[in-house]
Design a protein around this ligand. Structure first.
Ligand code: C2R
Length: 173
């Protein structure tokens, strides 16, 4: 993997014990999906950390990562039989947002993530929607940190301006 393809150089990629949002990916192959969320966290200036760990392949590493993290929100990205978000939620009381990764079978990862048994909740966003997971994580942080409320205000304003500009473009203005 070249330096450009990796996450290195991210301004808000901080040491694990300083992050507010901890992203776990079931595999390096989920990186393209993870990058959408990372882009949002960078834009909103939210300190984050990223770990590759699999509930199926490296259950001990998932436990160690989650228990050793000071994050206020976890984002768990996984495809296929996506146990990862549920297992992350089993090891923390912090909110966990699951991002199902699109694959050959339409609903495998979605159902694996949303069909959690009572007692261990996992929030879920749409297929590959780690950008929405990052926004939702920032909304959670904004409930106790004004800085992120202001960052979200700015984000929504920029989105609004883009929509208005696209309307003008459609009209050829
Ligand atoms: P590989 O590309 O490494 O074979 O992984 C990953 O998230 C990925 O989308 C294929 C897919 O398997 C997923 N995976 C899980 C888990 N570990 C890996 N769903 C897990 O523990 O839930």
């Amino acid at each position: 993997m070249t330096k450009e393809e990796s996450l290195s150089g991210g301004k808000y990629l901080v040491p694990a014990d300083e992050c507010l949002v901890h992203i776990l990916m079931g595999s390096k192959s989920d990186l393209t999906v993870a990058k959408k969320g990372v882009k949002v966290l960078e834009e909103l200036e939210v300190p984050y950390y990223v770990t590759v760990a699999s509930a199926h392949r490296t259950p001990d590493l998932v436990e160690e990562t989650v228990k050793g993290s000071n994050a206020k929100v976890f984002i768990a990205i996984a495809g296929l039989s996506a146990a990862l978000p549920g297992v992350v939620a089993a090891h923390t009381q912090m909110p966990v947002i699951g991002v199902p990764v699109a694959g050959k079978v339409p609903f495998d990862s979605i159902l694996s993530i949303i069909q959690m048994p009572p007692g261990i909740p996992v929030g879920a966003v749409g297929l590959d929607r780690s950008d929405n997971a990052a926004l939702l994580a920032t909304r959670i942080l904004a409930t106790f940190n004004e800085r992120y409320r202001i960052a979200l205000d700015g984000y929504l304003q920029r989105m609004r301006e883009k929509v208005i500009a696209s309307g003008k473009e459609v009209l050829g203005e």
